[in-house]
Write a protein that binds this ligand. Structure first.
Ligand code: NAP
Ligand code: HSE
Length: 432
C-alpha cells in the first residue's frame, strides 16, 4: 500500500485588512502565530499582505511586516492578488463605501463592524449578492462566540422565537466590577484600557453597541430586517450602586440584557438593564464575557457563552470567517441576505415580562398604599417588596408578576406624579 503523504499542496491566500488597531493587529498576530495550524486544518496559508490605516507612524501592538501598511484604499481594492479582505476599522463611513467597492471589485469581505452591518446590511448584502461574493460578519456580534454561524447554518431549519443576550462586554465588565464595589468611572476606564470599549464608549454604556448586535441577531434569527432605530434601547448610565445593592438583596444581579421576541407575525427587540435571578445562566456571565440564549421549538434552549470583546478574542471570529470564505468559495450561500420576509413591530405596550421597580418616596403614612392602589388600578400585581428607610425617605424595591409593559408604564406614570415620589421611578425586566 502506498504511504499516505498527508494533504494536497497548500494554497496561498492573500488577506488585506481595513484597519490595524486592536482587532486588526490581533488578526495579523493570529495568522502569523497560528498559520501552520490553519494550514494543517484547511490546506490554506493565509498571509496579511496589506493593511489600511490612517497613521503609518503609529506604534502597533503587533507590528506589520515592511510595506504592508498603507493609507491608500485603492492599493487594497485594485490589487488583483488580494483574495479576501477583513474590515476591522469601524465606523459607518467611509467603511461602508469601502466594503461596497471591494464587493463590487469581486473581493469577499468579512466584517467585525456591528454598526455598519446593522445599519447598512440590506444594501451591503444586495451588493454582495449582485457581485456573487461572500460577506460574513461573525465578529460583529459577541466577538469570539460563533453565534451567527450557529443561527445561519446549524439552526437554519429551526424556528428560533426568542433570544436573550448579554452582548456587550464593556457594560458587563462595568456592572460586574460595580458588584465588587468599584466606582462606575474607574470600571469604565479599566474597560477602555483593556481594549473592550468602542472608540467612543458612549456606544457601549448607552446600549447603542448592544442594540446594533441585537438587531443583527434578530435579523438573522427571524429572517426579517431589524435596524438599530427599531430597538428600544436603554443603557447602564441610569444604574446606580443602590440598584445593584437592591438586586443583591433580592437574590439577583443587574445585567444589560438584549431581548428579541418573535410572536406570530410580530417582532420586538429591546436592550435594557435587567434584574437577573442568581440561578439563571445569564447571572453567571461575568466581566467582559457575553452569552446568548436561543430558544426555539425544536431546540428548546441553547446557550452560547464566551469572551465578548478584546482584540485576540475578536480576531478568532475574524480568522474563522476568513477560513470559511476560502473553504466555501463559489457555493453562492453566504452572500445572500438572511432576510426573506417583513414582520411588523410589536406594540411595546403588549410586551410582557415580570419587572423590578424602584421608587424613592417620602417616608409618610399612606404613600405605599397610594402607590399600590395605582398598580392595582392597572392590574399590576406585586410579587415581592423590600423597603429600606433612610432619614425621611423610603426606598421601595418591588418585583412585579408577569405583566404587559404598557400597564406597568401607565401605573408608574401616575405614581411618578405623586408629590411624595422623590425621584424618577426605575424599571427593569426581571429574567427568571
Ligand atoms: P481601533 O483599535 O480603533 O482600530 C481601528 C483601525 O482602523 C486603526 O488601525 C485605524 O487606523 C483604522 N482606521 C480607522 N478609520 C480609518 C480610515 N478612515 N481610514 C483608514 N484607516 C482607518 O478599533 P478596534 O477596537 O480594532 O475595532 C475595529 C472594529 O471591530 C470596530 O467595528 C469594532 O466595533 C469591532 N469590534 C471590536 C471589538 C473589540 O473588542 N475591540 C470586538 C468586536 C468587534 P490608525 O491605527 O492609523 O488610527
Ligand atoms: N465594545 C464592544 C463590547 C466590543 O464591549 O462588547 C465587542 O463588540
Amino acid at each position: 500500500m502506498p504511504e499516505w503523504k498527508g494533504c494536497l499542496a497548500s494554497v496561498d491566500v492573500n488577506v488585506a485588512l481595513l484597519g490595524y488597531g486592536t482587532v486588526g493587529s490581533s488578526v495579523s498576530r493570529m495568522l502569523a502565530e497560528s498559520g501552520s495550524e490553519i494550514e494543517r486544518a484547511t490546506g490554506h496559508r493565509l498571509r496579511v499582505v496589506r493593511a489600511l490605516v490612517q497613521n503609518l507612524d503609529k506604534e502597533r501592538a503587533f507590528p506589520a511586516a515592511d510595506g504592508v501598511l498603507t493609507t491608500d484604499f485603492a492599493a487594497v481594492r485594485d490589487d488583483p492578488t488580494i483574495d479576501v479582505v477583513a474590515e476591522v476599522m469601524g465606523g459607518v463611513s467611509p467603511a461602508g463605501d469601502y466594503v461596497r467597492e471591494l464587493l463590487r471589485a469581486g473581493k469577499p469581505v468579512v466584517s467585525a463592524n456591528k454598526q455598519l452591518v446593522a445599519r447598512e446590511g440590506a444594501e451591503l448584502f444586495a451588493t454582495a449578492s449582485a457581485a456573487g461574493v461572500q460577506l460574513r460578519f461573525e465578529a460583529s456580534v459577541c466577538a469570539a462566540i460563533p453565534v451567527v454561524k450557529v443561527l445561519r447554518e446549524s439552526l437554519v431549519a429551526t424556528n428560533v422565537h426568542r433570544i436573550l443576550g448579554i452582548v456587550n462586554g464593556t457594560t458587563n465588565f462595568i456592572l460586574s466590577e460595580m458588584e465588587r464595589g468599584a466606582e462606575y468611572a474607574e470600571a469604565l476606564a479599566a474597560a477602555q484600557e483593556l481594549g473592550y470599549a468602542e472608540a467612543d464608549p458612549t456606544d457601549d454604556v448607552e446600549g447603542v453597541d448592544a442594540a446594533a448586535k441585537m438587531s443583527i441577531l434578530a435579523t438573522v434569527a427571524f429572517g426579517s430586517r431589524v435596524t438599530p432605530d427599531q430597538v428600544d434601547t436603554r443603557g447602564i448610565t441610569e444604574v446606580t450602586p443602590s440598584h445593584i445593592a437592591a438586586a443583591a438583596e433580592l437574590g439577583m444581579v443587574v445585567r444589560l440584557v438584549g431581548i428579541a421576541t418573535l410572536s406570530g407575525e410580530e417582532v420586538d427587540v429591546r436592550v435594557q438593564p435587567a434584574f437577573v435571578e442568581r440561578s439563571h445562566p445569564l447571572a453567571a456571565v461575568d466581566g467582559p464575557f457575553n452569552a446568548v440564549m436561543l430558544q426555539g421549538d425544536a431546540i428548546r434552549e441553547i446557550t452560547l457563552e464566551g469572551p465578548g470583546a478584546g482584540g485576540i478574542e475578536t480576531a478568532s471570529a475574524v480568522v474563522a470567517d476568513l477560513v470559511s470564505v476560502v473553504g466555501t468559495a463559489g457555493t453562492g450561500f453566504l452572500q445572500n441576505d438572511a432576510c426573506w420576509r417583513e414582520l411588523r413591530r410589536m406594540d411595546a405596550a403588549t410586551w410582557r415580562s415580570p419587572f423590578y421597580v424602584h421608587l424613592d418616596v417620602a417616608d409618610e403614612p399612606g404613600v405605599l398604599a397610594h402607590a399600590a392602589s395605582r398598580l392595582a388600578a392597572h392590574d399590576v400585581s406585586v410579587a415581592r417588596l423590600v423597603q429600606r428607610l433612610e432619614e425621611g425617605r423610603a426606598s421601595l424595591n418591588l418585583v412585579l408578576h408577569d405583566v404587559a409593559f404598557g400597564d406597568v408604564r401607565a401605573a408608574l406614570a401616575e405614581i411618578a406624579a405623586f408629590p411624595e415620589v422623590l425621584d424618577r421611578p426605575f424599571i427593569a425586566p426581571v429574567i427568571a
